[in-house]
Structure formats: C-alpha cells, structure tokens
Design a protein around this ligand. Structure first.
Ligand code: NAD
Ligand code: MG
Length: 392
C-alpha cells in the first residue's frame, strides 16, 4: 500500500486532498502516516480516525490536550509544535502533500525531501522563499517535487514529453481576483470581507486576499521561475476572468499548448496524487459550446504593483524571495487585523524589501535553510515594526 501524509489536512487544499484519498479507497487503499492541522483539532482528529492515520499533529502546543482528548481510544498518536511537524515529515512515506499555508511549510517540506519522499507542493511559499534549496535537495535524494498550484500543474502537464530547450514562453493566467475591475481610488478603502470573496475559486482566506492584491500571482511568477528553472523574462501573466485556461506554454515553433479545466483544485491535486498516470477525477467537464467565449487581457501594473515587485525579487535573487514572502505575510496579517489598508500591503512589502537589501544585500546570500529562516524572521520583525510605528 502507498504510504501518504497530508500536511495542512484541515485547510482548503487538505480537505480536497482527503476527499480524493477517500474516493480512491481511503484507509483500504492508502496507509496514512501523518495528518497535520492548526487550531481545528476536532476536524483533524475525525480525519485521522476516518483514514486510520498513524499520527495527528497540531501546529499549536496549547491545542495538544484537546487533540489527545479527541483521539482518545483510537490508538492514533498525537503531537504538537514545529518540531513534531518535522518529525512527522521524516517518517517514511511515498507521497506527502504540502498544504500548510505560509513559510511554516518550508522546514517540514525540506525534511520530507531529505528522506527522498515525493513532495506534492501546494505551498508555493516554499519555492518562493527556498526554491534552490528544495530543488537541490530533491535532486540529491532523487526525490520528486510535483506542482499542485493549478497554473504550475497545467504547465507541468503541457511539458510532458517536451524538451525545456524548446520552450519559448510560459504564460500563467490570473482571474484578476475580487477587485479585477475596481478603480484605484476604491482599492484604497477595500475591506477584508470584500477581499475575501473570490469570483471563481473556493480557497483559504489568505490566498483569496492574495488573489485580490495579485500577490498570489506575484508568488506564482517566482514559483514558475524556480520550479521550471526558466529565465524570468519568458514568464508572462495574463488576466483571464473565466479561470478555465490555467496556463499556456509557448514553444519555439510558435505552438501554444493551453491547459483547460474547471476551477476545481481536485484536478491538480489528483494529477499529483496519481502521477505519472491519470485517474478518473470528480471534476466538472467543460462544455465549451455552452461557455461560448473566453477572454484575456494584460494585468494592470498601476493598480496591482505586486507583479513588478516579483520581477525585482527575481532580479535580486539569493534570499530576496524569503524576505518578499515574509514581508507579504506580515502585510497580509496587518490588513486582516485592520491595521493597514489594502494598498498599504504592496507599499509595506516594497519598503521591507528595500530595508532588507540595504541591511543584508540579499542577492549575495546562499539559500541555506538557516539563511532562509533567518531572513524570514528578520523581514517579519521589520514589517511588524513598520506597521506598529505607522511607517508603511
Ligand atoms: P488554508 O488556510 O485553508 O489551510 C492551511 C492549513 O495549514 C490548515 O490545515 C492550517 O491548520 C495549517 N496551518 C496554518 N498555519 C500553520 C502553521 N503556522 N503551522 C502549521 N500548520 C499551519 O489554506 P489553503 O487555501 O488550503 O492553502 C494551503 C497552501 O496551498 C498555501 O500555500 C496556498 O498558497 C496553496 N494553494 C492553495 C490553493 C487553494 O485553492 N486553496 C491553490 C493553490 C495553492
Ligand atoms: Mg494558483
């Protein structure tokens, strides 16, 4: 039986992953090693019981007693905290889903790769902050990293049987998020509730707000560069409000291979789960005659400065991605907490990035786990300080 673990099993990607595991036979077909979550230990415990997991881990030490109580009598181990997450990632498994949100996924993902486990990577922050580190470790161990972000899964699928030398451009699409058509003046007063509604995809709150600010697409451009090892100049972003074309790959003979599908993450998750084969998946089939037309437009660099910042981060290199991601996470925390406005997020990220470059010269830093985590911590501290002193 295949041994699998799901990190972030209680989140949006995690729940969809478990849905597929259950549909493909559940505990009778998979040996589930670890499931991990955050505060919602009741959901975590019920998932662990259903899939007969070996261990359930909550990220929060103060939730351990509640997790233990919820698992009472099941024989399932309970653990808590960042070290327990790493220990769970080191347990032998064939396939691990990395669906923790944010930089907290970096260390467990790295630990899994060190043991040669195939890493299905929904967590784009890992590649933005520590791409060269994770890819080098995967190469060293002969481990596979499989993209789960829908655009990257689409590119990965379009590249099956192709040589990278024949690739001329990679185009990832963006729905445009909740504020696609909002004028700049209105963006300044956008609320958390308004930013938390996505027109096409049902996702966790943080990535939904990142979609509205285009920071999600900014992270994805860097993710594309890291994962596919391409020059940033060949990566393009195209606004496509229908979210049916997920990405396109352009080849040197002028051909464009597009990947289309319903906006349902179970496609990308299922592709990574069954790779290199394809299994039947419970996603809606597109009726293109009924859909009729698809529309595309260029992203607006004035209303959405995040894409420009991503280009700057790629030009700096080194640990700039770690600083960028951490600053973005702090900015998002500040926006969700009502401390800063919607447009302040990009301003804050830009100023923290400038601070960090001045202090550390990020581009020269080696991308080691220590450097990444230290840069992450420093950028967070600077971002929080700027928020608390109002120097956005
Ligand atoms: P979510 O907020 O719904 O779930 C996050 C999971 O991580 C939960 O299980 C939560 O308990 C856990 N978690 C949160 N903070 C943690 C911490 N500090 N330590 C350990 N665990 C923690 O998020 P999501 O929408 O499922 O997204 C998960 C990841 O997948 C993100 O990196 C996101 O960018 C990426 N992603 C999501 C989608 C989507 O459709 N939701 C699409 C593409 C990529
Ligand atoms: Mg995506």
């Amino acid at each position: 039986m295949r041994k699998v673990s799901v990190f972030g099993s209680t989140g949006s990607i995690g729940v969809n992953t478990l849905d597929l595991l259950v549909r493909q036979g559940g505990a009778a077909a998979f040996q589930v090693v670890a499931l991990t979550g955050g505060h919602n230990v009741d959901l975590l415990a019920s998932q662990a019981r259903e899939l007969r997991a070996e261990i359930a881990v909550t990220a929060h030490e103060d939730r351990l007693p509640a997790l233990r109580a919820a698992l009472h009598g099941s024989g399932i181990e309970a653990a808590a905290g960042p070290a327990a997450l790493i220990e769970a990632a080191e347990r032998p498994a064939d396939w691990i889903m990395s669906a923790i949100v944010g930089a907290a996924a970096i260390a467990p993902g790295f630990a899994a790769l060190k043991h040669g486990t195939t890493l299905a990577l929904a967590n784009k922050e890992s590649l933005v902050a520590a791409g060269p580190l994770l890819l080098a470790e995967a190469r060293r161990q002969g481990a596979h990293i499989l993209p789960v972000d829908s655009e990257h899964s689409a590119v990965f699928q379009a590249l099956v049987g192709e040589e990278m030398t024949a690739v001329e451009r990679i185009i990832i699409t963006a729905s445009g998020g909740a504020f696609r058509d909002w004028p700049l003046e209105k963006l300044a007063t956008a609320t958390v509730t308004e930013a938390s509604t996505h027109p096409n995809w049902a996702m966790g709150q943080r990535i939904t707000i990142d979609s509205a600010s285009m920071f999600n697409k900014a992270l994805e451009v860097i993710e594309t560069k890291e994962f596919f090892g391409v020059d940033p100049d060949i990566i393009e972003v195209l606004v496509h409000p229908e979210s049916l074309v997920h990405a396109l790959v352009g080849f040197r003979d002028g051909a464009l291979m597009a990947h289309l599908g319903a906006p349902d993450m179970r496609h990308a998750i299922g592709y990574a789960l069954n790779w290199p084969e394809r299994a039947e998946l419970p996603v809606a089939r597109l009726d293109l005659a009924q859909i009729g037309s698809l529309s595309f437009r260029a992203p607006d660099p004035v209303r959405f400065p995040a894409l420009r910042l991503a280009r700057e981060v790629m030009a700096i290199g080194g640990t700039a991605g770690a600083a960028f991601n951490a600053a973005k996470e702090v900015a998002l925390d500040g926006f969700i907490a009502g401390q800063i406005g919607f447009l302040d997020m990009a301003r804050l990220v830009e100023s923290v990035l400038a601070d960090m470059c001045a202090r550390q010269g990020l581009g020269n830093a080696a991308v080691s786990l220590d450097n990444v985590l230290q840069t992450d911590a420093e950028a967070r501290a600077l971002g929080r300080e700027r928020i608390s002193t109002g120097r956005i």
